[in-house]
Design a protein around this ligand. Structure first.
Ligand code: ZN
Ligand code: ZN
Length: 184
């Protein structure tokens, strides 16, 4: 079975949100070869295949009455979504796209009125090549009242596998690199 393609998460195996392993999906009940490893904000399915995330079946069947947003399960959080992003995009990002683990509950990034593509967790060495992503982290720190010196220390501490960790995205329209970060 061909694995589905996600507009907003092009390579979930590369980002660590999925692994190649034979398993029985808890939603469709079929033997599958790639298992989702990211967060599920809803009922925990045991194993979950990417096809069930892509089709929306996972969001629909893993929802609980305790959840908002039409009681569907979500795989990422919608926080600070810009006003120019249509609701169906937010729905696709949060309910039909593999999410990713962070130290907190990381939210998706948006740009040019659309969801951005998640490229994976990143450390300073991964961000270094993308001045626009570094600037975004700097701007966030400035808003938090950090000095440029403290911000620079943070930037160099960013670690793909340790903490703090940055999360690298790319805009599907203008190509800009975007980043958020968090710490445990
Ligand atoms: Zn499935
Ligand atoms: Zn853009």
């Amino acid at each position: 079975m061909t694995e589905p393609v996600f507009r907003y998460h092009p390579d979930p195996v590369a980002t660590g949100s999925a692994v190649r392993t034979d398993h029985v999906c808890g939603v469709c009940g079929y033997q599958r070869h790639v298992r989702y490893e990211g967060p599920v904000y809803g009922k925990q399915p045991g194993g979950l295949c990417l096809l069930c995330i892509h089709s929306g079946q996972a969001a629909a069947t893993l929802g609980t009455a305790a959840l908002e947003a039409g009681m569907n399960a979500q795989f990422s959080d919608a926080v600070d979504v810009p006003d120019d992003v249509p609701f169906d995009v937010v729905e696709e990002v949060t309910q039909r796209t593999p999410g990713f683990h962070g130290w907190q509950q990381p939210s998706w990034l948006y740009h040019c009125g659309d969801g951005a593509a998640f490229l994976g967790p990143a450390g300073y060495s991964e961000l270094e090549a993308h001045a626009d992503a570094l600037d975004m982290v700097r701007e966030k720190c400035r808003q938090l009242g950090w000095s440029p010196q403290d911000t620079d220390v943070l930037l160099h501490q960013l670690d793909r596998a340790g903490e703090p960790t940055a999360y690298l995205f790319q805009c599907l329209h203008c190509g800009a690199y975007l980043a958020s970060w968090d710490i445990g």
